[in-house]
Design a protein around this ligand. Structure first.
Ligand SMILES: NC(=O)c1ccc[n+]([C@@H]2O[C@H](COP(=O)([O-])OP(=O)(O)OC[C@H]3O[C@@H](n4cnc5c(N)ncnc54)[C@H](OP(=O)(O)O)[C@@H]3O)[C@@H](O)[C@H]2O)c1
Length: 310
């Protein structure tokens, strides 16, 4: 399979690239800088002018699928109006432009998996959000909605498009755990914010596994929740993390400190009270490697992955 990936240098993109290459597939990184020699067998680079939506259509010839993961970081400091705009624009606008460019190719790649987030649903509390659940309110819900709508040109061109509504990805090398693990080692993090909120998560192993599953299943179009079937309460998550580290945390981290440490709309991301369920993935037969958070955390913390820089 020949797979082109935007955002290939990110947490998910690196792991996906490594996984595909190790099974003998070809990966074309769509890069926002002049392309280089891929530097590894099966790895190529092609130019993607995100602002103008231009892609190197010659390099994309014969591509079976595009996995579109690029977007400015949502958790970042300082968090200001300009960053809201960048987060939105780097998803909605860049996605529309990319899809227009793909749609304009003589033979568009047949499959597009486009990133999105479970943040689409906003705060659900204990109500379980499956793929038909309506969008929530708030900035990140709007970003996800506009991001998903932006793939319309690809759909109109006949591409089979799925939206990856992803939960909080758990990995040692990035995301929430990279911040939380050092704090836990200092005895901080018995809970984050109020602690009774649901946390919808997925291990990086399953994130990559589910993307690979969807690459093989072009019949699955539209939104697909990429999250473990066992969301967990925030305080329970922190307790399991302390257990996996052998260092139970004593002190909670108040929401204000989470905000100051991570930056960004934390009430809509790491502190979001959201209980999503991967109904479509389960019905399609995807089998999670890590459905339970205790096993996921102990795997992540005891078996650090080799660098996935490919
Ligand atoms: N990780 C999570 O917990 C999570 C949860 C829900 C949804 N998602 C979504 O899934 C996608 C991939 O997640 P990730 O964790 O791999 O993200 P990531 O580590 O932040 O990587 C995103 C990649 O996007 C590109 N990028 C950075 N700034 C950009 C900008 N201003 N404009 C366009 N592209 C930019 C970069 O790749 P290049 O330099 O190679 O272009 C970067 O490596 C993101 O869109 C993210 O919002 C992630």
């Amino acid at each position: 399979m020949r797979v082109a990936i935007t955002g290939a240098t990110g947490l998910i993109g690196r792991a996906l690239t490594t996984s595909l290459l190790s099974d003998g597939h070809t990966v074309v990184r769509l890069v926002r800088r002049p392309p280089l020699d891929g530097g590894a067998p099966g790895l190529e680079e092609a130019e993607w002018r995100a602002e103008q939506g231009r892609v190197d259509s010659v390099a994309l010839r014969g591509t079976d699928a595009v996995v579109h993961l690029a977007g400015a970081p949502v958790v970042a400091r300082p968090w200001a109006r300009r960053r809201h705009e960048l987060v939105h624009r780097s998803r909605a606008h860049f996605t529309r432009e990319l899809c227009r460019a793909l749609a304009g190719m003589d033979h568009p790649p047949p499959r597009l998996l486009s990133a999105s987030g479970v943040h689409y649903y906003g705060r659900t509390g204990s109500t379980v959000a499956v793929e038909g659940h309506p969008p929530g309110r708030g900035f990140l819900s709007r970003v996800c909605r506009d991001w998903e709508e932006a793939t319309l040109p690809a759909e109109e061109a006949g591409m089979s498009v799925a939206h990856l509504r992803t939960g909080l990805v758990l990995a040692r090398e990035g995301g929430l755990l990279r911040t939380l693990v050092p704090l836990q080692r200092m005895g901080l993090g018995r809970r984050l914010g109020p602690g009774d909120q649901y946390l919808t998560w997925i291990s990086l192993t399953d994130q990559v596994g589910a993307i690979r599953f969807l690459l093989e299943r072009p019949d699955l179009t539209g939104p697909v929740n990429l999250c473990s079937p066992e969301p967990v309460g925030n305080a329970a998550f922190c307790r399991e993390l302390g257990r996996a580290l052998g260092r139970p945390a004593l002190l909670p981290i108040p929401a204000a400190l989470v905000r100051a440490t991570l930056g960004g709309p934390v009430e809509e991301s790491v502190l979001l009270d959201l209980r999503a369920h991967p109904e479509r993935l389960e019905k399609a037969g995807y089998s999670f490697s890590f459905p339970m958070v205790d096993r996921a955390l102990s795997d992540i913390l005891t078996h650090p992955r080799p660098s996935t820089g490919a």
